[in-house]
Design a protein. Structure first.
Length: 313
């Protein structure tokens, strides 16, 4: 199967690597020229379990894909704010039967994708896999993960299950879902608590868990996400379970030493963040719905403030 990874950073690289190892034909596409040039010349450097290997890949800049054949499947891992431009660039390789899978962090992406892709070909999902971008052309893999996937058009259940099977053949531990929206909101809660605050405080998950009164902070942010989820999508979030899940990530023997993706973007690489699609999304919807969400408003303000201080905006 010809699979295009659109957004070949840490997570896109991980999925591309695991799918390629399983025998799939994988093409990496990204807007970061240095990253693509290094991968094209030297392969993608992958560190995992104390080992390092250089894996050859076909890789293209997003503006250089018009000549490619129609893709069978496209997996979106681009940053949320880059999604419209990426989908526009992908139009030449999206055919009538090209399946497009959205595994982006954040909320509100499906409305954007519908403008570029036939509804029957859109699949949404959530993944708990993690990865780190060491430098251009170089990723680090650690920990375990999973995928939950669902088609947005009911008639495409069989196609959704086929995609799950492909992911499982690559060891990506996927399962087909009948209500993935609940899991998307659940992950949004996790990201809404950990991404922004770890970027602001320049800390990893373990260090955040050592902060006095961290539990109260977690509970407040989760309650704000839960209120908006119920208001706009009629999704009920088990707040106690989500808080427990978040606090389980602090373990330094598991995920605790991980720096969330927003920290990698803002602190390490001085790039724009996706905060407007996580806490900022809750802040906007809270204003629209008349629901107080002061913690999400403050997190959004502080992340944008740090972007300004660092000269990113």
């Amino acid at each position: 199967m010809k699979i295009v990874i659109a957004g070949a950073g840490a997570m896109g690289g991980r999925f591309g690597y695991m799918l390629k190892q399983a025998g799939q034909q994988v093409i990496l596409v990204d807007s970061w020229k240095e990253h693509i040039d290094i991968i094209s010349q030297n392969g993608l450097t992958v560190e995992s379990d104390g080992k390092r290997e250089s894996v050859p890949f076909t890789a293209y800049h997003t503006k250089q894909i018009a000549h490619l054949e129609i893709a069978d499947t496209i997996i979106l891992f681009v940053k949320a704010m880059q999604l419209p431009e990426m989908l526009s660039d992908l139009q030449s390789i999206i055919g009538q039967n090209t399946r497009v899978i959205c595994l982006l962090n954040g909320l509100g992406h499906i409305d954007t994708i519908k403008k570029y892709v036939s509804h029957k070909n859109i699949f949404i999902g959530v993944t708990m896999w993690t990865a780190g971008l060491v430098s251009a052309g170089h990723i680090h893999l650690a920990g375990d993960g999973s995928i939950e996937l669902q088609n947005i058009t009911p008639s495409e259940n069989e196609s959704g299950q086929q995609l799950v099977d492909i992911f499982n053949e690559a060891g990506l531990k996927a399962r087909y879902s009948h209500d993935v929206l609940v899991s998307i909101w659940k992950k949004a809660c996790v990201n809404g608590v950990l991404n922004g605050i770890c970027a602001i405080l320049d800390c990893n998950l373990y260090q955040f868990g050592q902060i006095p009164s961290h539990h109260d902070f977690v509970a407040q942010v989760v309650s704000e996400f839960a209120a908006i989820a119920k208001s706009i999508d009629n999704v009920d979030i088990d707040q106690t379970a989500v808080i427990k899940l978040i606090e389980s990530t602090y373990d330094p023997e598991k995920q605790g030493m991980h720096y969330p993706s927003m920290h990698q973007d803002l602190v390490k690489n001085h790039r724009l963040t996706e905060v407007d699609y996580i806490n900022g999304y809750i802040a906007r919807k809270g204003k629209e719905q008349g629901i107080p969400v002061p913690y999400c408003e403050l997190i959004t303000l502080l992340v944008h403030g740090k972007e300004k201080v660092l000269g990113i905006i």
